[in-house]
Design a protein around this ligand. Sequence first.
Ligand code: AHR
Length: 334
Amino acid sequence: MRKRYLSTIAMVGAAAFALTACSSGSDDGSDDASSGDDSGSSGDVITVGFAQTGSESGWRSANTESMQTAFSEENGFDLVFNAADNDPAAQISAVRNFINQGVDAIVLAPIVEDGWDDVLAEAADAGIPVVLEDRTVSASDDLYESWVGLDFYTEGLKAGEWAAEQFGDTPTKMVVLEGTTGSAPANDRADGFNDAIAGTAIETIDSQTGDFTRDGGKSVMEGYIANYGIDGIDLLYAHNDDMGLGAIEAIEAAGGVPGEDITIITIDAVRDGMQALVDGKINYIVECNPLLGDLVSQVVKDVLAGNAVEKEIYVEDLTFTQEEAAEVIDSRLY
Ligand code: AHR
């Protein structure tokens, strides 16, 4: 698979280009796909329907803000925004509404990988280009123009490599907080991590979904503690910061010391996660950069202008130890 990685610097460059290339003038937009807005193409304004997953995490809030800023009126867009509250059926309905409204383009952050074939084919039949952001789908890539996002498998691999370095041959009991079942990041982060720890003495004693939410992470961790005790768990791998932060609450409520009694690895590097890393409550974080808006908006403009676009555009992620987090936390953008 060919990967085109873009660094933050390249993303800023793309943003600058997008700003100079933008057209101006727009109505006041809509924040709800079901608002009944007849948002077709109007002059220079590009009407884009954006089907977001929901608002499950700090990462998602930062991603939504990045997208809304990039797809602004000043940049020549009329953004029709829908957040599906992590409900795959509701998200498919939202995309169908965008098709019926006759938007110029659809941007989709798919909650789960499967189930997209029919509605993506309907968008293609209607001549509406679709650009995926963040997560991927299992449907044929003929059904969308481009995907912009992160390499979730490599994120899991980096997290697992750090765990393997720390624990090596030491027998280690690990619990996992999985992301939303059926989502690309939950699938790929599990695969990457498992590949990295293969052959080590790390044993997965339990693995359940916390749905990428803080509450979900907390309640699943409470169950783990009830079943195994703080002393029966050496390592926690959480597929995102928010679930790790919920787990920290559960560990502290049970009288444990997160980051000491239980080593904690998470993915995202959002503000609260990085603060917990600096505070010693998380031990290692692999970044997942949510600031995709400028890049995605440029891809949409290119597609509508008939310019060639890459099928897959990967944005590179960093990793942080506690010491590294302390050095950069004040300069982080989210
Ligand atoms: O798809 C990216 C993931 O979705 C983020 O890691 C998580 O926080 C979010 O909910």
